[in-house]
Design a protein around this ligand. Structure first.
Ligand SMILES: Cc1cc2nc3c(=O)[nH]c(=O)nc-3n(C[C@H](O)[C@H](O)[C@H](O)COP(=O)(O)O)c2cc1C
Length: 443
C-alpha cells in the first residue's frame, strides 16, 4: 500500500499533466519504437520542402517531430536501402533512366535517391508519410522503412487530381472503408511488428456530422495519432483554415485515446500551443510558415524568429552535410530568402554550391566544403550536369512545340504560394527535386 501511494504520488508530482482532464482519458499504448504525438509542435509533410535538410533545420530550431514528404508506395517498392559512407545517412535508391528509351538505357542509368534519413539526428523524431490506395502496397512500402522511422502516416488529404484519380490522398476520405483497411493492415503488419505507431492525416468533410463519423471510424483502426488539416478538400491553401469542427474532432480522438494534431494556418510554436489549449487538441503541425522560416519552432522566450541569413547559413550547412540535391537546395533557398533581397537573384543564378556560398559571403571553410560537395555530386561551375542535359532537352522540346504551334512553353518552375516570378524559370529548375514518388504536389 505504501509503495502504491508512493508511485501515485510521484506520478502526480512528476507530471502535472496526469491530473489534468486530458490525462483522465484513455491513451492508446505508444509502441516501444514509436512516439507520442501529444504536446508536440511538429513539421508538416511537404513534398520538396520536407526533404532531409529541411527536416534537420526544423529539428534544429526545436520542432518536436518532423514528417517526411509524401512518398508514393510504388516509388518505394523496388528501392535498395544503403548507408552513405560519407554522410552516414540511410538512402533508398533506384536506377532511373531519365526518360530514355529502353534501347538507349544500357549503361546510362543513374541512381536516384528516393528517400533519405539521418539515423542520428532524426532518431525518435521522423514520421514517414505514405501515399497509397492499397493495403498490400502500403504494407510492402512501409516495411522497407519501418526499422528506420518512428511512425508511418497515411496521406488522406492531397486534393490534386493525380493523387485522387489514383484513389489516394483526399479520395480516401470518400472511401472510409478502404482508408480504414489500409490503416488496419499497417497497424497489424507493420506497426505491431516494428513496434511503431501508425497515423493518418485527413481534411475536414463538408459537415461536422460527416467528419465525426469518419474520425470515429479511423480512431477504431488502432492508430496512435490523427492530424486534421482544417480545410475541406476543395479549399485552396490561401483560404483561411476553419476551426469550428476542431473541438469536436479533438474530443472524439480523446475518447478513443488517439492523439490529435491540428494543422492549418499555425504560424509558430507559441500560437500552436495556445490554439491546442483553446481547442482541446494535443498539438500543432506547421507547414507553410516553417517552409518560409524554420525558426518558427522557437518560442518567443527562445528568441522567436531568427533572421533569414542565420537560417540560410544553417540550412546550407545541413544541405551540404547530407549531400542534398542542388536543385532542391536552391528551391529551398528561394523559400527562405526574401525575394526583394539583392542577393536573391544571384543565389538563384548560382550554378553550384560553391558559387552559392560565395555569393552569400559564407566563410572560407564553408566554401571549401561546398567545393567538395560539388565534386561528390558531379556539379561543375556550369551547374549540375544532369540539370544542363535536362534543360537542353527541354529547350529542344519547347522549340519543337513552338514549331508545331502548341503552347507548351517550359513551366515557370516555382509554382507555389510564394511564387517569385522574377526568377528566370530555368534558374530555379525543379528537375532535380522532382524525384520519383515525390511528386510536385501542394496539398
Ligand atoms: C510545398 C508543400 C508541400 C506539401 N506536401 C504535402 C505532403 O506531401 N503531404 C501532405 O499530407 N500534405 C502536404 N502539404 C500540405 C501541408 O502538410 C499542410 O497540410 C498545409 O500546407 C496546411 O498547413 P499550413 O496552413 O501550415 O500551410 C504540402 C504543403 C506545401 C505548402
Amino acid at each position: 500500500m505504501q509503495s502504491l501511494l508512493r508511485i501515485s504520488k510521484s506520478v502526480m508530482t512528476s507530471s502535472p499533466k496526469c491530473v489534468s482532464p486530458i490525462s483522465a482519458a484513455p491513451h492508446v499504448p505508444i509502441p516501444k519504437n514509436g512516439v507520442d504525438y501529444r504536446n508536440k509542435i511538429v513539421l508538416a509533410p511537404m513534398v520538396r520542402s520536407g526533404e532531409l535538410p529541411s527536416r534537420l533545420l526544423a529539428l534544429h530550431y526545436g520542432a518536436d517531430l518532423a514528417w517526411g514528404p509524401e512518398t508514393i508506395d510504388k516509388a518505394m517498392i523496388g528501392t535498395t536501402r544503403r548507408v552513405n559512407p560519407r554522410t552516414s545517412c540511410i538512402e533508398w535508391t533506384r536506377l532511373s533512366s531519365n526518360g530514355q528509351k529502353a534501347h538507349e538505357r544500357v549503361g546510362l542509368q543513374k541512381e536516384s535517391v528516393i528517400y533519405r534519413v539521418d539515423p542520428q539526428r532524426e532518431k525518435g523524431k521522423l514520421i514517414y508519410q505514405i501515399g497509397t490506395s492499397d493495403p498490400e502496397l502500403a504494407v510492402q512500402a512501409a516495411k522497407l522503412v519501418a526499422g528506420d522511422v518512428s511512425g508511418i502516416d497515411v496521406n488522406a488529404g492531397c486534393p490534386k487530381p493525380f493523387s485522387t484519380s489514383g484513389g489516394m490522398g483526399a479520395a480516401l476520405l470518400r472511401t472510409p472503408d478502404k482508408l480504414a483497411g489500409i490503416l488496419e493492415a499497417l497497424v497489424e503488419q507493420v506497426g505491431k511488428v516494428w513496434e511503431i505507431g501508425i497515423s493518418v492525416k485527413i481534411r475536414l468533410l463538408e459537415t461536422p456530422e460527416m467528419t465525426e463519423a469518419l474520425v470515429r471510424r479511423l480512431c477504431k483502426t488502432g492508430i496512435t495519432g490523427l492530424t486534421i488539416h482544417c480545410r475541406t478538400t476543395p479549399m485552396r491553401p490561401r483560404e483561411r483554415a476553419v476551426r469550428e469542427q476542431l473541438r469536436m474532432i479533438g474530443e472524439v480522438c480523446k475518447e478513443h485515446g488517439v492523439a490529435c494534431l491540428m494543422n492549418g494556418d499555425v504560424k509558430d510554436r507559441d500560437q500552436g500551443v495556445a490554439l491546442a489549449k483553446e481547442y482541446g487538441v494535443d498539438g500543432g503541425m506547421i507547414a507553410t510558415a516553417a517552409e518560409a522560416n524554420s525558426s518558427v519552432f522557437r518560442t518567443k522566450a527562445q528568441g522567436g524568429l531568427a533572421p533569414w541569413r542565420e537560417v540560410v547559413t544553417e540550412y546550407l550547412n545541413l544541405a551540404m552535410s547530407v549531400e542534398n540535391k542542388a536543385g532542391n537546395t536552391k528551391f529551398l533557398l528561394s523559400q527562405l530568402m526574401p525575394s526583394k533581397d539583392p542577393l536573391y537573384q544571384p543565389v538563384q543564378m548560382s550554378k553550384s554550391y560553391q558559387q552559392c556560398c560565395e555569393v552569400l559571403g559564407m566563410s572560407a571553410e564553408m566554401i571549401a566544403r561546398a567545393k567538395e560537395v560539388d565534386e561528390i555530386l558531379g556539379i561543375d561551375a556550369q551547374g549540375p550536369k544532369q540539370q544542363q542535359q535536362q534543360q537542353s532537352s527541354k529547350k529542344n522540346k519547347n522549340k519543337r512545340a513552338l514549331e508545331a504551334g502548341t503552347n507548351a512553353m517550359p513551366n515557370a518552375t516555382i509554382n507555389n504560394k510564394k511564387q517569385k516570378p522574377q526568377v528566370q524559370p530555368e534558374l530555379a529548375s525543379r528537375s532535380e527535386f522532382d524525384s520519383l514518388g515525390q511528386l510536385a504536389l501542394v496539398v
